[in-house]
Design a protein around this ligand. Structure first.
Ligand SMILES: C[S@@+](CC[C@H](N)C(=O)[O-])C[C@H]1O[C@@H](n2cnc3c(N)ncnc32)[C@H](O)[C@@H]1O
Length: 269
C-alpha cells in the first residue's frame, strides 16, 4: 500500500483482525491515545478503539481520535481537569468493572500513556482485584511527543545524561518532590500539570542549585495544530507564562537541551 489514508489503515486493521488477539468480551483495555496528533496513535490503540463496545475517555483525547469508535458503540466522557473531576476515580473504576461484568469489550482511552500520570495503575489494580482481564496499550506520553514536535531532544550526549518526568500537581504540595535531585545539572526535568505551580517550581529549582538562567520550554497543546512553544529561563518563568497567556494543558521542559530548540522541526515541515 503506498501512501495509505487513515481510512485505508482502518480497513487494513479490520481485515487483519483475525491474525491478532482481539479484545475479548468481558475484558478491559487501558489504551494510551498519545499527546494529541491522531497520527501518533499506535496501530494497536486504533484496533482496540475500533473493537470496543464501550469507550470511556478523558478530556485530553481529541475528537479526531474518537471518530474511530465503531458506529453503535457507546462513548462516555469521564475526563478530569486539575481539581475538577468529572467523575470520582472510584466511580470510574466501578463503571469499568460493571461494564466488563456485563460482557462488554471495554476501552478506557487516556491521553498520552496510561501509566504516566494517568491513573492507569489504579484502574488496572481495581480491575484485577475484581477478577476482570485487563491489558495496557502504551501511548506516546506528552513529554516525548511535545519535545519531538518542538525539536528539543530530551537527552543529548553534551547536555543531559538523564531525563525525569515529574508532576506539579501533588496531594500535599510541591514539598513532596525531591528538589535536590531534580536540581542537579546535566539532566532534563519535564513537569506535567505544572502551570499553576510554575512559580513555585522555578523557585524551588533555583533555591536547590539550578541556575536562574537555565532555559525552560513551555509547550501548550503539543503535537496539535495550535501547538505553542514559549522559551524562557527559570528566573523569568512566571512572567513568560503570564505574558504569553499560556493555559493548561501545557508542560515545562527544564534543562540545557532547551537551547537546542528548533522551531522548524515539525512532521509537516
Ligand atoms: C493528567 S496528565 C496526563 C498525562 C498523560 N497520561 C501522558 O502520558 O501524556 C495531563 C498533563 O499532561 C500534559 N499534557 C498532556 N497532553 C499534552 C499536550 N498535548 N501538550 C502539552 N502538555 C500536555 C499537561 O501537563 C497536562 O496537564
Amino acid at each position: 500500500m503506498t501512501d495509505p489514508t487513515l481510512s485505508q489503515v482502518h480497513e487494513f486493521l479490520t481485515q487483519t483482525r483475525q491474525g491478532a488477539a482481539a479484545l475479548r468480551p468481558g475484558s478491559v483495555s487501558l489504551v494510551g491515545a498519545g499527546p494529541g496528533d491522531p497520527e501518533l496513535l499506535t496501530l494497536k490503540a486504533l484496533r482496540r478503539i475500533a473493537e470496543a463496545d464501550v469507550v470511556l475517555y478523558d478530556n485530553l483525547v481529541g475528537p479526531e481520535i474518537l471518530q474511530w469508535v465503531t458506529q453503535g458503540a457507546e462513548c462516555h466522557y469521564v475526563g478530569k481537569k486539575a481539581a475538577k473531576h468529572a467523575l470520582p476515580q472510584d466511580d470510574v473504576n466501578q463503571w469499568l468493572v460493571d461494564l466488563a461484568r456485563a460482557g462488554k469489550r471495554v476501552v478506557r482511552l487516556k491521553g498520552g500513556d496510561p501509566f504516566i500520570f494517568g491513573r492507569g495503575g489504579e484502574e488496572m489494580d481495581a480491575l484485577l482485584e475484581a477478577g476482570i482481564p485487563v491489558e495496557v496499550v502504551p501511548g506516546i506520553t506528552a513529554a516525548v511527543g511535545c519535545a519531538a514536535y518542538a525539536g528539543i531532544p530530551l537527552t543529548h550526549r553534551d547536555w543531559a545524561q538523564s531525563v525525569t518526568f515529574a508532576t506539579g500537581h501533588l496531594k500535599h504540595g510541591l514539598s513532596e518532590l525531591d528538589w535536590p535531585g531534580l536540581s542537579r545539572p546535566t539532566q532534563t526535568v519535564v513537569f506535567y500539570m505544572g502551570m499553576t505551580a510554575a512559580a513555585g517550581i522555578a523557585d524551588a529549582l533555583i533555591k536547590h542549585g539550578r541556575h536562574a538562567d537555565t532555559p525552560v520550554a513551555v509547550i501548550y497543546h503539543g503535537t496539535r495544530p495550535d501547538q505553542k512553544v514559549v522559551i524562557a529561563t527559570l528566573g523569568m518563568l512566571p512572567e513568560a507564562i503570564h505574558a504569553e497567556a499560556i493555559k493548561p494543558p501545557a508542560l515545562l521542559i527544564v534543562g540545557e537541551v532547551v537551547r537546542l530548540y528548533r522551531p522548524g522541526v515539525k512532521p509537516e515541515a
